[in-house]
Design a protein around this ligand. Structure first.
Ligand code: 6PG
Length: 257
């Protein structure tokens, strides 16, 4: 099933990609604000989002946000590593350092994954928070305004890794991801949550992603091997914001699932 609107945009470099992603973020945030609705955004981890967070934290950008819009903005995470928030590998810690400490959001608007509890308890706690915040009855899914995702060179996204049983999770909102060594566990949003979002935006940059980006965007091959290819919002937009290096393997026609 094809998402309502799937779009690939290619940018000259990471800086232009980040600016465009920030512009799209604000467009959607202001649209929700104009309708008097809150805006829920799940941030991804890894290195690619750093440039976006810097663009969102820029002084002139923050100044342009009216207070009532700022108060309507809620941040969540697409996934987290099983480390304390101050750890160098923490996705929350990275977002805090670059964006949140400048954003002046109410503490209640930051919905951190409590990874210091350990992956299993953190996933349970995050799931409870999602059910509370989105006021979900059993069997209902949260509808995020915007979920950011990255793309790993093995085709993973969030912490949905090829061959992991969590990729097939169809009941939980958040799940613990076992790892082959202690301390490498993770917590992730599950695929149904990603596919119920109003918009999923992949941020992909660098020549090292060129091969996997083409594989993911091409329809051939078993889906299960490339979890990123399973992300297809049921009633939402799918945006791929990529830089020219990551797009260097794509044929001009632009393959779409
Ligand atoms: C994480 C992310 C992960 C990431 C990809 C791409 O916690 O690391 O959720 O899915 O988005 O691995 O990472 P880069 O942006 O560093 O290439």
């Amino acid at each position: 099933m094809r998402p309502a609107r799937s779009e690939l945009r290619i940018f000259r470099n990471g800086a232009e990609l980040a600016r465009a992603a920030a512009d799209e973020f604000h467009r959607r945030l202001l649209l929700a604000g104009a309708a008097g609705r809150r805006f829920t955004c799940a941030l991804s981890g890894g290195s690619t989002p750093r440039a976006l967070f810097k663009a969102l934290a820029a002084r002139e950008v923050r100044a342009a946000l009216p207070d009532e819009i700022r108060r309507s903005l809620h941040f969540f995470w697409s996934d987290e590593r099983s480390v304390p928030p101050g750890h160098r590998d923490s996705n929350f810690g990275m977002a805090c350092e670059i964006l949140l400490r400048h954003a002046a959001l109410p503490e209640a608007n930051i919905h951190r994954i409590p990874a210091e509890l350990g992956a299993s308890l953190a996933a349970d706690a995050y799931e409870l928070e999602l059910r509370r915040f989105f006021r979900l009855a059993s069997g209902e899914w949260p509808v995020f305004n915007l979920i950011y995702l990255g793309l790993g060179e093995d085709g993973h996204t969030a912490s949905l890794f090829p061959g992991s049983d969590v990729v097939g999770e169809r009941h939980r909102l958040a799940a613990a991801v076992r790892a082959d060594q202690p301390g490498r566990e993770r917590i992730t949003l599950t695929l149904p949550v990603l596919n119920h979002a109003a918009c999923v935006t992949f941020l992909v940059a660098g020549a090292q992603k060129a091969r996997i980006l083409r594989e993911v965007l091409e329809a051939s091959g078993p889906d299960r091997e490339l979890p990123a290819r399973l992300v297809r919002p049921i009633d939402g937009d799918l945006l791929w914001l990529v830089d020219r290096e990551a797009a260097s393997d794509l044929p001009d026609s632009g393959p779409w699932p």
